[in-house]
Write a protein of this length. Structure first.
Length: 367
């Protein structure tokens, strides 16, 4: 029996992170049938019910210590945990849990994380100090590996695979069609439907004005319906509603919280997905929906590069004129985009099997 404790950004109803947790749990159980899993969560009761695991309060020191004492391995990830761009405190939280596990003699494993940016001098030093003592490190892209090498983490510890959400199971479209109809955004077969997954933390007013212009242009040029999809509901739904209200019925907006499977199916109903959030683009790739990525972070560019899609603009560079060029190109090459992304996904998913293989090897050596 392997007792594994998972640390990450779980229990906050972020669709991307909850999708990571679902795929991590499913694949641990598939590849390591004798595994017992506990998750550090913001909402332990919800996590236990949803995933059939044990869960502990992620901010309670006693719960953390007790969970670490009873585990054989701490699995940190996935997601973008080790970075100080969004918060200078969160990176210390994850590093301190890793270091405490090491001091307790537990195995530590970094699971398909995106590392960086890490700008603080002390944060960079402490990241290197902790990760040099890890038993295994798997990152989701080459830029993360390069940063760790720059920090002085031994290259022999580091493996590059992909984002674990790529292994999520694709549902059929009927679920998404029903939800769109219930939310007043019916999928009409005689029209293009374009999904928008914007990110609302510190919203850029100029960017949102350009989004509004693009939605109006899509309606005028293509007769297209646009649907605003809040990916991290608590953060995104307000800005999605604001944009929809300004457009006075020219765009639909999903207002309810939806499960990962439901959101996947919704994105599968789109003809094109325009996404700022990383996992909205990953969902589009999984569902075979052509996507246009808008970068707010290098992780977006890294993923798009991995499926051979360009990143035509950042949030700061986004304009109606640039979007028009990108959209026309996407429409002209939809089948090619689907085929290329599908081939790349097959390769990336195969690489992901390394995660569980490495975990098994580490645990076998510890016996």
């Amino acid at each position: 029996m392997y007792n594994i404790l998972i640390s990450g950004y779980y229990g906050f109803n972020n669709i991307g992170d909850e999708s990571i947790l679902r795929t991590v749990i499913d694949n641990l159980r598939e590849k390591l049938p004798d595994v017992d899993i506990t998750v550090l969560s913001q909402c332990p009761a919800q996590t236990e019910e949803k995933y059939g695991v044990r869960a502990a309060r992620r901010m309670n020191p006693w719960d953390i210590f007790r969970s670490l004492r009873h585990c054989d391995m701490l699995l940190s990830g996935g997601g973008s945990l080790l970075q100080d761009a969004t918060s200078r405190r969160s990176i210390l939280y994850y590093l301190c849990i890793l270091r405490l596990a090491q001091l307790l003699g537990k195995r530590t494993f970094i699971y398909s994380q995106g590392i960086g940016p890490i700008s603080g001098k002390w944060n960079r030093w402490y990241t290197a100090r902790v990760l040099r003592r890890a038993d295994g490190i798997v990152v989701r892209d080459g830029k993360s590996r390069d940063l760790l090498l720059e920090l002085g983490v031994p290259g022999g510890l580091i493996h590059v695979t992909a984002d674990p959400v790529l292994r999520v199971r694709a549902p059929g479209p009927e679920l998404g069609r029903n939800i769109l109809a219930e939310e007043g955004c019916p999928r009409r077969e005689d029209r293009l439907t374009v999904g928008w997954a914007v990110k609302s933390r510190k919203p850029n007013k100029d960017f949102l004005r350009e989004v509004e212009k693009c939605i109006l242009w899509l309606r005028e040029e293509y007769g297209a319906d646009s649907v605003l999809i809040p990916f991290f509901h608590d953060e995104d739904v307000g800005i999605c509603q604001t944009v929809a209200a300004r457009l006075d019925g020219q765009a639909g907006c999903l207002r309810k919280k939806h499960l990962s499977e439901e959101t996947l199916s919704i994105i599968g109903c789109m003809d094109v997905l325009v996404g700022v959030r990383l996992h909205s683009l990953i969902y589009a790739a999984v569902m075979g929906t052509p996507m246009i990525g808008i970068s707010y972070d290098p992780k977006v560019e890294s993923f798009l590069s991995s499926i051979r899609r360009p990143t035509p603009f950042t949030v700061e560079e986004f304009t109606l004129e640039k979007f028009q060029d990108a959209f026309r190109d996407t429409m002209a090459r939809r089948e090619e985009i689907r085929e290329t992304a599908g081939q790349c996904l097959e390769h990336l998913i195969t690489k992901l099997d390394q995660n569980e293989e490495l975990i098994r090897e580490i645990m076998e050596r510890a016996k």
